[in-house]
Design a protein around this ligand. Sequence first.
Ligand SMILES: NC(=O)c1ccc[n+]([C@@H]2O[C@H](COP(=O)([O-])OP(=O)(O)OC[C@H]3O[C@@H](n4cnc5c(N)ncnc54)[C@H](O)[C@@H]3O)[C@@H](O)[C@H]2O)c1
Length: 347
Amino acid sequence: MARFKTALVGCGQMAHTWAELLQHEGDVEWVALVDVDANRAHAFRERHRLDAPVYDDVHAMLREAAPNVVVDTAIPEARRAIVVAALERGCDVIAEKPFAPTRQDADAILAALARSGRRYLVMQNRRYEPNLRAIRRAIESGMIGRVEQVHADFFIGAHFGGFRDHMAHPLLLDMAIHTFDQARFLLGGARAETAQCLAFNPASSWYEGASSAVCAFEMEGGTVFSYRGSWSAEGFRTSWESAWRIVGSRGTILWDGEGKPEADIVEAEEAFLRPCRRVAIDVDAMPEVGHAACLREMLAALRSGRPSETEAADNIESARMMYAAMESAATRAAVRVADGSPVALRL
Ligand SMILES: NC(=O)c1ccc[n+]([C@@H]2O[C@H](COP(=O)([O-])OP(=O)(O)OC[C@H]3O[C@@H](n4cnc5c(N)ncnc54)[C@H](O)[C@@H]3O)[C@@H](O)[C@H]2O)c1
């Protein structure tokens, strides 16, 4: 019998990637496809040659198709309703990022998780990147000493059309969540403690909401993480992985998000400008990266019962950075990342 009786909810663009990856998993049996636009679900079934019934309502599907795993690739605004309903019907859920679009939605999902005893795992494909993993190993080896600052820049003029054009915070909710999660990954899973954020929409932006933001976080352990980003910046595009500067007590790691990362490490202590030695960072090839690697890891975690890297208990900490950034932007004040309450800064 198949281990994963799987229902996919939200047959849009990302769902194609998931279907192509899942078709290689021998223990995945498709039991339902759901989209509020049933035509999309029918077209999806044709394209991927799936033999599963189509629904336009997740509750009806859960009653009739009885999946034990729900894959949620619908829009973020639908996440809470889909995930809570699936957990309450005894399903484990694997979803696209973000965890949930608001702190209130996330809290409702966490409460349903606690009640149900099921699991919720979130796609954070951008942490499965060989250069990023190499930087984390270099940091852990002490190459640049104690890490005190992490800075990430993201500037891409992205003309999506669709739901992102109408979101209040397209950059923070749909993209910065990746970068925030990458920063936590680099810092060994550290949580953020405080957040300050100015989120804005430049006059030339084609988005309705805030396409741009400048954020500063105090991370546990004392590291300061800064993020500057824009989805409406034309010219000199950064990588989708962001461009990174990680400053330690003995030197700096630079990564443009595309090429190989390098470190510049202090060689002599006594000088106005201390001479540094340029060091390449060894990067190990990965058999799979991005979506494929993250999805395989989540399925392996479900099969074995061990926690996944992107299990709810960890991923909520990345999501809370996003909620805190939006709350800080709304109140124009620094907030505690854990609960959004106002906070006096130590800085
Ligand atoms: N990890 C990544 O790199 C990455 C990249 C792009 C998108 N995403 C995420 O994937 C998700 C989907 O994005 P997309 O680009 O595929 O969007 P999309 O608009 O192409 O598809 C979303 C689908 O969800 C359906 N839908 C909406 N509400 C629904 C509901 N209540 N029940 C069932 N179906 C519903 C829509 O009809 C649509 O077919 C989002 O959470 C987005 O953030 C992740």
